[in-house]
Design a protein around this ligand. Structure first.
Ligand SMILES: [Zn+2]
Length: 235
């Protein structure tokens, strides 16, 4: 009996919780992508934004302190609070569904039924494996159905899903599906062409490569529609 107890307390039993450090490095650099939905806990919004900012400030101060930085220095003193506010209110604000842009739909009165393309939409996100920026362009195409909305709303949807820790594949699909739902059509295409700072500034240190991901559905799965879209965005 004593022996069993000892066995239960050996590090071996913690293997399923604490992943080996080498596995973590490999998973991050190999760009592991586990699902289309952002993995958010059920209790994610029980704390208010100001409670989160307060807690993150405390933990970020600990990180800086542990790195050996002198937090009494005038230049560093405000950094933990600044980072905490930036995380909650800006660069990760898209985790909270209450920040989802409200989209007013209009009836497609002109009966415009051709392709609409919005290209070179500025995109800033952050890699969920390293918490460093992903930046580039998003290109969106859709074929109008009954609903249309203001063009700036395309930027808003791109921004909302970008303001989460992300992997580029998931971001592309989330934007595509959201547009399909709002517009009431399957005929949507999304291309993201972006650079990852976890690739350029560390690890493999490649400053030239860019990553292109695509979402094609409905009529965009047909070769002529897809190539018309790709021609407009000069892909
Ligand atoms: Zn990364």
């Amino acid at each position: 009996m004593k022996q069993n107890e000892t066995m239960l307390n050996t590090p071996h039993n913690f293997k399923s919780i604490y992943v080996d450090e080498t596995d973590i490095d490999l998973a991050g650099d190999d760009h592991l992508f586990t699902g289309i939905e952002t993995p958010i806990r059920a209790d994610a919004f029980e704390l208010s934004d100001s409670e989160k900012i307060h807690n993150i400030e405390h933990h970020f101060r600990e990180i800086m302190h542990m790195l050996g930085l002198d937090l009494s220095d005038d230049s560093l003193r405000g950094t933990p609070l600044r980072v905490a506010k930036m995380y909650v209110k800006e660069i990760f604000s898209g985790l909270n569904p209450s920040n989802k842009p409200k989209i007013a739909l209009f009836e497609n009165k002109y009966n415009y039924n051709q392709m609409l393309v919005e290209k070179d939409i500025t995109l800033f996100s952050n890699c969920e494996h390293h918490f460093v920026p992903i930046y580039g362009k998003a290109h969106i195409g859709y074929i109008s159905n009954v609903n249309i909305f203001g063009l700036s709303k395309l930027n808003r949807i791109v921004q909302y899903y970008s303001k989460r820790p992300q992997v580029q594949e998931r971001l592309t699909i989330q934007i595509g599906r959201e547009l399909q739902e709002i517009l009431g059509t399957k005929d949507v295409a999304v291309i993201i062409d972006a650079k990852h700072m976890c690739v350029s500034t560390r690890g493999i240190n490649d400053t030239n490569s860019a990553t292109v991901t695509s979402f094609y559905d409905g009529k965009f799965l047909e070769e002529h529609t897809k190539s018309e879209f790709n021609k407009y965005i000069n892909l």
